[in-house]
Ligand binder design. Structure first.
Ligand code: GLN
Ligand code: ZN
Length: 770
């Protein structure tokens, strides 16, 4: 690098890539189904990329490299895997004749095949986005195995927009990796740093040759506490960026560090010969004056606009933060705290929302405007005075709006005592439940949803449009429930579910039936791959005006002698998968939701439901990235679950469901939920979790999943028998339940039926040997 190009005054760290109308989802799923070919998929992808570039330029991101090149067909970590030659050996030969990991290889890694399980998936920092976990070992054959990032850059450039290519940075890439199957015990993927750096260097030089002036290397792992000593981490960061920033053809380097403050790594990055450092200047405190002094000579990309939530920015507060950075003599530019891939495209599209609520919101496009306004403020404070004053006025109107604070909700919360958070001792409950339920050993159940067929979705769409009446819709859902109950009877499940056909989404359904929430029409965000969710907006105090699930549960129970599980979504998950008000502690909001659920549980019990599952798949997701912040989080989150469930009678069996297998860190908290039965993900991680359960001495019911529902693959009976065999070696059989990893809503009926049949057959086989 000889002359450092100026970093754009206003930029976004990343932008949604699914398309404003989920065009990518449609194209990718059509490609998988064989309805379109690769050329058509490529054309759809290009249209989205170009649409994004043009939109952001129109919104004022006009400087070169201001538009983030964050498009991805599936996942940014998978992009890194395919660019670095990091495909696991267990997939066999995936590289094509040119030595590249092409699009077919890419999707095979993501989705698996008849012979191979896909890469494991886990949550990206404290978001609801899932990435694919790299598997690295001594055998990983790092090489530049894809040129897609370069081609994408060239395509945008040829169409008039110089983007800023994005790659997950080397340290984060290796920290997020797990050891491959072939690696020796204790192998640390970070030990391959020296081998991966030359591939990054090669990609950087190709980008420079294509004309890229900036590259963004994303290092969010540096804001999270890691399991390795800080000095080792500092050394890895220092080494990486001295290699990548060494002389030679390369773009200027921006290292981005979303999701929190850098603390220990800030001096390391400040001293590294990179040209720009992004800091999350929204969440938490700004760096100290001494730390800021270290940054002299670099461009500081200040992420003052929240990329992760949807509230309109307090521009005056952001301007004050920018002033601090500027007063330290730094070369400051303005950006978002994280990629805006975690928020929807455009609040202006939500015409159905009350105008007042809409004025409180900033989706990705509004955030682009905020960033541009703040960049103008840095250049000339007077130029943005009226925009800043308007934001201040809107924030004040939000605080005073009707429904934001309801005295009756606040009084009920203030009157709670410890008794409201505690049930009887487990032994007492266990005896009462045994009497009430008479279940066989290794009871079989599912997690709640059955496939959401196109008939169900079209019925809902017709009901929403008014093409069928509410009664007709209700009848269609009841017909579906009847089919699902009959199927489970036929398959011989022990504890049944109604299948959740009436729910568009496990959080939105409750949001639509509670006060204090609103929902969007186009507000989709990517969850993983082609899967999107539409988070609700939790803006006010929460109340339940009427029972929500009771009619369905009661109907389903009337169809069978077997116990029917009532199905609710827990308070933490309702928060995690919504956009939540930021004007009070999350724990207070969680307890408001908990009280609504507590009333629902009482109504379900009164209707004769004996088992009630309260899903908390997101408990792990909100866990703070810094250990020091974790106890306070676990305290309020666990308590909100207990507040929701502790009103249940001893004979009512409370289940919970969690969607991940990394149990270790939060096992005390999971135990603290005090649920009678806990179902968890375990199939994709091949039962690793039972070791944690055994070490911990987990004492209540537990159902480690034996069927990975995130892939179309059907587990054979022998495979399930083997998984159960592993489970009974670690967990006493009388505690064990048999269930899939998660709900079945995303699967098709053919694969589901066969998989569930194998699951029941395997259970009977293992039961016979007990
Ligand atoms: N009960 C929900 C379902 O089966 C749970 C889903 C989840 O854990 N994400 O769909
Ligand atoms: Zn789940």
């Amino acid at each position: 690098m000889s002359n450092t190009p100026a970093f754009p005054a206003a930029s976004l760290l990343g932008y949604p890539r699914i398309g404003r109308r989920r065009e990518l989802k449609k194209a990718v799923e059509s490609f998988w189904a064989g309805r379109i070919d690769e050329a058509a998929l490529d054309a759809a992808a290009k249209e989205i990329q170009l649409g994004t570039a043009r939109r952001l330029v129109e919104l004022g991101l006009t400087d070169a490299a201001a538009v983030p090149g964050t498009f991805s067909y599936y996942d940014q970590v998978l992009d890194a895997i395919t660019h670095l030659g990091a495909e696991p050996a267990r997939f066999g030969a995936l590289r094509n004749a040119a030595g590249e990991l092409d699009l077919n290889a890419y999707f095979t890694l993501a989705r698996g095949s008849a012979e191979v399980q896909p890469l494991e998936m886990t949550k990206w920092f404290d978001t609801n986005y899932h990435y694919l976990v790299p598997e690295i070992g001594p055998e990983t054959n790092f090489a530049a195995t894809s040129n897609r990032i370069v081609e994408q850059f060239e395509y945008a450039l040829a169409n008039g927009v110089e983007t800023r290519p994005y790659l997950v940075g080397p340290v984060t890439f290796l920290l997020l990796s797990k050891a491959s199957d072939d690696a020796p015990a204790g192998f640390n993927p970070l030990s391959r740093l020296e081998d991966v750096l030359p591939v990054y260097a090669e990609l950087l030089s190709r980008l420079a040759a294509a004309g890229a002036t900036w590259i963004q290397l994303d290092e969010p792992a540096l804001v999270a506490d890691q399991d390795i000593p800080t000095a080792e981490l500092q050394a890895a960061v220092a080494r990486s960026y001295s290699v990548l920033a060494a002389d030679g053809e390369r773009p200027a380097i921006l290292v981005s560090t979303p999701f929190g403050a850098l603390t220990e790594l800030l001096p390391t990055l400040a001293q590294a010969p990179i040209e720009a450092l992004h800091i999350d200047a929204f969440k938490g405190a700004l760096p100290s004056p001494a730390e800021l002094a270290l940054l002299a000579g670099k461009t500081v990309v200040a992420g003052v606009v929240d990329g992760h939530n949807i509230w309109r920015n307090d521009l005056a507060a952001s301007a004050a933060r920018l002033d601090v950075l500027k007063a330290a003599g730094l070369n400051v530019t303005v950006s978002t705290s994280t990629s805006t891939q975690h928020v929807p495209h455009d609040a202006a599209e939500e015409a159905q929302l009350p105008a007042e609520l809409r004025s409180w919101l900033a989706f990705a496009d509004q955030k682009a405007t905020e960033v541009v306004t703040l960049a103008a403020y840095l250049g000339d404070p007077a130029s943005s005075a009226s925009a800043i004053a308007e934001a201040t006025a809107v924030i004040a109107s939000r605080a005073a709006a009707a429904g934001v604070k309801r005295p009756e909700v606040r009084a009920r919360l203030a009157a709670l005592t410890t008794a409201d958070f505690n049930r009887s001792a487990y032994a007492v409950r266990e005896a009462a439940q045994e009497q009430a339920l008479h279940l066989p050993p290794l009871p079989t159940t599912t997690i709640g949803s059955f496939p959401q067929t196109s008939e169900i979705r079209s019925a809902r769409a017709r009901a929403n449009k008014g093409a069928i009446t509410g009664e007709e819709y209700s009848q269609l859902m009841k017909d579906e429930i009847k089919r699902v109950v009959e199927l489970q009877e036929e398959l011989d499940f022990d504890v049944l579910v109604h299948g959740e056909p009436e729910r568009n989404d496990m959080v939105q359904y409750f949001a639509e039936n509670l006060e204090g929430f609103d929902v969007t029409v186009h507000g989709w965000v990517q969850s993983y791959g082609s899967r999107c969710t539409r988070p609700s907006i939790l803006w006010g105090d929460v109340t339940r005006e009427k029972a929500i699930t009771v009619e369905w549960a009661e109907f389903a129970q009337s169809l069978t002698q077997k116990p029917m599980k009532g199905m609710l979504t827990g308070p933490v998950t309702i928060l995690a998968w919504s956009f939540v008000r930021d004007d009070q502690p999350l724990g207070d909001t969680a307890n408001q939701v908990a009280l609504a659920l507590r009333d629902e549980i009482a109504d379900l019990e009164a209707a004769g439901i004996k088992i009630i599952q309260v899903d908390e798949p997101a408990l792990r997701e909100l866990l703070p990235l810094r250990r020091a912040d974790q106890p306070a989080y676990l305290d309020w989150s666990v308590n909100s679950f207990r507040l929701a469930t502790a009103g249940a009678g001893d004979g009512t069996q409370i289940h919970t469901h969690l969607c991940y297998s990394e149990f270790g860190v939060i096992i005390d908290a999971i135990d603290g939920l005090d649920a009678d039965v806990t179902s968890i993900e375990a199939a994709r991680s091949r039962m690793e979790v039972v070791n944690d359960l055994e070490t911990h001495g987990f004492g209540r019911g537990v159902g480690p999943g034996v069927y990975d529902i995130h892939s179309p693959r059907i587990p054979g009976q022998a495979e399930v028998t083997e998984l159960l065999g592993t489970a009974v070696q670690h967990v006493p059989a009388r505690q064990l339940w048999v269930n899939p990893d998660c709900g079945l809503k995303t699967r098709g009926y053919a694969e589901t039926e066969e998989s569930l049949r194998n699951l029941v057959a395997a259970t009977k086989e293992v039961r016979a040997q007990l």
